[in-house]
Design a protein around this ligand. Structure first.
Ligand code: IMP
Ligand code: MG
Length: 178
């Protein structure tokens, strides 16, 4: 695999994201909802840099199975979601690819009566968007390719890498066709 974003680049990108978010909410309390599992690393770094009164919770979305690098049907588990009624909510995910996951999650959250719901992602993959809405805060825009590291996985591997790398065809499971 080939490194796309170094630890230092990510550190600066996350700092920019945190400042942007802090500036937008301007002192208002914020509830951060991390999308499991890919956003874990970003959420951990981001919340320590946002200068606002914060609450943190999680929601789970899964769309990949086994060796796939293309999504299957989306499953959402909101059983761990804290009370967000009347709150300003920021959904945080690792990557905005087609946008299906984030737009389904944004819609699902509305049922719980938040005051507002916005979104932030580490990465936005260019040229693959299938929905109208875009994430409100983006740290990096990247070209199409399957990326891993800093929370992002391939078959549940590589999430722990401190940098982001692009998988090459030889990294993909044998028999897999893109
Ligand atoms: P979307 O619904 O197509 O926007 O996909 C978003 C979800 O797919 C993200 O939450 C990721 O978990 C996963 N995903 C999309 N692209 C990649 C990638 O390049 N590497 C790892 N996971 C990805
Ligand atoms: Mg994910």
């Amino acid at each position: 695999m080939k490194q796309l974003l170094s630890e230092e680049q990510i550190r600066r990108g996350v700092q920019r994201l945190a400042s942007e978010i802090g500036g937008y909410y301007a002192g208002r309390p914020l509830t951060i909802i991390g999308v499991l599992t890919g956003s874990m690393v970003l959420v951990a770094d981001l919340i320590r840099r946002i200068d606002l009164p914060l609450r943190v919770g999680v929601i789970q979305a899964r769309s990949y199975r086994g060796g796939a690098t293309r999504p299957g049907p989306l499953q959402i588990d909101d059983s761990m979601l804290p009370d967000i009624q009347g709150r300003d909510v920021l959904l945080v995910d690792d990557i905005f690819d087609t946008g299906q996951t984030l737009s389904a999650l944004l819609q699902q959250m509305q049922a719980f009566g938040p005051r507002s719901v916005r979104s932030a992602v580490l990465l936005r993959k260019l040229g693959r968007q299938q929905v109208a809405a875009r994430p409100d805060h983006v740290a990096f825009e990247i070209p199409d390719g399957f990326v891993v590291g800093y929370g992002l996985d391939y078959q549940d591997a590589y999430r722990h890498l401190p940098y982001v790398a692009v998988l090459e065809p030889t990294d993909l499971a044998p028999g897999h066709s893109e």
